[in-house]
Write a protein that binds this ligand. Structure first.
Ligand SMILES: Cc1cc2nc3c(=O)[nH]c(=O)nc-3n(C[C@H](O)[C@H](O)[C@H](O)COP(=O)(O)OP(=O)(O)OC[C@H]3O[C@@H](n4cnc5c(N)ncnc54)[C@H](O)[C@@H]3O)c2cc1C
Length: 463
């Protein structure tokens, strides 16, 4: 039998996450033919199981929390506050479903773009199989993202567990949700489900929550969660699982006979792993590192000529905005003769607990490690009039400045509006302007941002 002729395109894009669809749009607009392959849900993690559904649910949790605090605001509510998890799920699915349909409709209606719905696998460096079809192109762009990591912990396969994906499908509120992993995803879900009405315990192996942040940030996050009745078990150096009737016992210590945490449901929030194990990368000569991330250079080229990798699968970022920026870098290099690079990007992200944490640049710990002469400024949210007026005074802000250049090295705003206010610091860092530029800007009253110049007026040497 004669093998079918491969279908020829100028480019193949694998994955309809945060970078692939936008790149397909730029390439097709430039007159190139593109095959875009998506194996599951258009829009990828962010739209379907990450940012969009979780931030929609965080909004429901915030509404419940504020309703319970209504008397504080002089608002009378007749009766207890409860949460209808099915209605929360329906709202989340409606918003995320619309976004998913928009991405799919956009791609299917794109001139010169052919959409394939199936799993893509390399046959060779420039040939990709999708089911019965063989596609070929000079250029291949990988945007395959990642999934929840399921480490091989003792007993894990003997119990039922949830991930960020399956948790979104719950139609019954967990009686007691045990979250294994106290970093960004675990903290967001923990506060959310506590506010929905579940008992929540967060089990974390390290000595503090969100261990990539500074100690004062971790401590403030812990206080906020504990004040809402969340149990936190740190230094759980030996996590294991065992069925206990209908429940699951999560063991936290192998040496002592410390009681296990018994929950009705367990969420694993132990990090992510890239979707690179089932792509046939070895046939294409694409190299991965020790953690299976695709090795790329500063302009996102893999080690195989004509193949690029964008988004979570390259390990250079773990956010929607970094994946989208990867698309911008590749498009600028290929289509605009603009040599943009990943190294031009500043680290910035938010933790969407309430109040949120907005972060940019270096932590205080990293500045100390660098040995650079630096200045530090801090301000509690109790001294921010907007926070007082809103009745949301938890948290603080902090900024680190290079003592020599006067440029801002990093900042954290854990407080109401912190995810938005951080951008005035981020933009000044991109402008490479000294901190005095912000000090001379007249900010709007009353906002959280208006206290950033005040904080900068009170810098002290980092001792
Ligand atoms: C619970 C949670 C909350 C989050 N919240 C935020 C947030 O608030 N802000 C933020 O910036 N980031 C957030 N993130 C991270 C964000 O979702 C990801 O960084 C982002 O989605 C990465 O985009 P991507 O394009 O790299 O990959 P993805 O969005 O994962 O897309 C990859 C696509 O490739 C497809 N694919 C994979 N392999 C193949 C194959 N072989 N063939 C065909 N198709 C394939 C997948 O089906 C998927 O659709 C969150 C993540 C989680 C888990």
């Amino acid at each position: 039998m004669v093998a079918p002729m491969p279908i020829r395109f100028d480019a193949i894009v694998i994955g309809a996450g945060q970078a692939g669809p936008s790149l397909a749009a730029r390439l097709t607009a430039a007159g190139r033919t593109v095959a875009l392959v998506e194996r599951k849900l258009f829009g990828g993690t962010c739209v379907n199981t990450g940012c969009t559904p979780t931030k929609t649910m965080v909004a429901s949790a915030y509404a419940a929390h504020q309703a319970r605090r209504s008397a504080f605001y002089g608002v009378t509510l007749n009766g207890p506050v409860s949460v209808d998890i099915k209605a929360v799920k329906a709202r989340q699915e409606a918003i995320s479903g619309k976004s998913r349909a928009n991405v799919e409709g956009w791609l299917r209606g794109m001139q010169n773009c052919t959409v394939y719905h199936g799993h893509a696998r390399f046959e060779s460096a420039h040939e990709v199989r999708v089911g019965a079809e063989l596609l070929t192109a000079e250029q291949v762009f990988l945007n395959v993202g990642g999934r929840a990591a399921i480490p091989d912990l003792p007993g894990i396969h003997q119990v039922k567990y949830l991930t960020n994906t399956s948790l979104l499908q719950l139609e019954v509120l967990p009686r007691h949700l045990v979250i294994v992993g106290g970093s960004y995803v675990g903290v967001e879900f923990g506060q959310m489900f506590r506010r929905f009405g579940s008992d929540v315990t967060i089990v974390e192996r390290e000595t503090r929550l969100v261990p990539h942040e500074d100690e004062d940030v971790s401590a403030a996050v812990k206080d906020i969660l504990e004040n809402e009745g969340i149990h936190i078990r740190l230094r759980a150096e030996c996590i294991n699982f065992e069925p206990r009737g209908e429940d699951v016992a999560v063991g936290v210590n192998c040496q002592s006979d410390e009681t296990a945490v018994v929950g009705s449901d367990v969420l694993l929030a132990l990090g992510r792993r890239p979707n690179t194990d089932d792509l046939g990368l070895e046939r294409a000569g694409v190299e991965v590192d020790a953690h299976d991330y695709i090795v790329v250079d500063d302009q996102l080229r893999t080690r195989a000529p004509g193949i690029w990798a964008m988004g979570d699968c390259n390990g250079k970022g773990a956010f929607t905005h970094t994946a989208y920026n990867d698309f911008e870098i590749v498009a600028a290099n290929l289509l605009d003769n603009d040599p943009r690079r990943v190294s031009g990007r500043l680290p910035a992200y938010a933790l969407y607990m309430d109040p949120p944490l907005g972060r940019v640049g270096l932590t205080e710990e990293a500045v100390r490690r660098s040995g650079k002469p630096a200045l530090i400024g801090t301000r509690p949210m109790t001294k921010v009039s907007r926070a007082l007026e809103k009745g949301e005074t938890e948290g603080f802000m902090k900024v680190l400045v290079d003592a020599g250049t006067k440029q801002i090295l990093g900042a954290a705003i854990l407080g109401t509006g912190g995810d938005e206010a951080i951008h005035c610091i981020l933009d000044i860092m991109y402008a490479r302007a000294p901190f005095t530029t912000i000090q001379r800007a007249v900010h709007i009253h009353p906002t959280v941002s208006e206290l950033i110049p005040t904080m900068l007026g009170d810098l002290k040497p980092l001792s």
